[in-house]
Design a protein around this ligand. Structure first.
Ligand code: DQA
Length: 139
């Protein structure tokens, strides 16, 4: 079971960035807890602030990994290219958001990628990544 956890722009600042919305934990810290909680999966974590790099990474793993847990950050609401990359690969993708995007500004309510994903988890904090990974492990 090979899973990629892929974070998009500004998520490298987790723990420092708007902590009232995104919390005080860095993703590196959380990823250690995640690996300890799910030893049955081989998990890799990658992050990029660049749209094309995210497309490249999806292509790179999208024909061999068993699942991608993707938080595309703000590109969720703007990127046709990432939505097309998800549609173009075989590996299933679950969309995750730390915050409840539907309770925030209207521009965060639309996701270009949601229709190409298995499902979406939003508003459950960092726990959303674990729940998404568990779906791939248990399905
Ligand atoms: C986010 C929500 C997005 O609207 C925002 O641009 C982010 C983070 C989340 O995890 O809640 O960068 O994807």
């Amino acid at each position: 079971m090979k899973l990629l956890i892929l974070n998009g722009p500004n998520l490298n600042l987790l723990g420092k960035r708007e902590p009232t919305i995104y919390g005080n934990t860095s993703f590196e810290e959380y990823f250690e807890q995640l690996q300890a909680a799910l030893p049955e999966a081989e998990m890799e974590y990658r992050q990029s602030n660049h749209e094309g790099t995210l497309v490249d990474i999806i292509h790179e793993v999208g024909f061999s990994y068993d699942g991608i847990v993707l938080n595309a950050g703000a590109y969720t609401h703007t990127s046709v290219a990432i939505a097309d990359a998800i549609a173009g690969v075989e590996t299933p993708v679950i969309e995750v958001h730390i915050s409840n995007v539907h309770a925030r500004e209207a521009f965060r309510h639309n996701s270009f990628m949601a229709k190409n994903c298995v499902g979406t988890i939003a508003g459950l904090g960092l726990k959303g990544y674990e729940l998404a990974a568990r779906y791939f492990i248990e399905k």
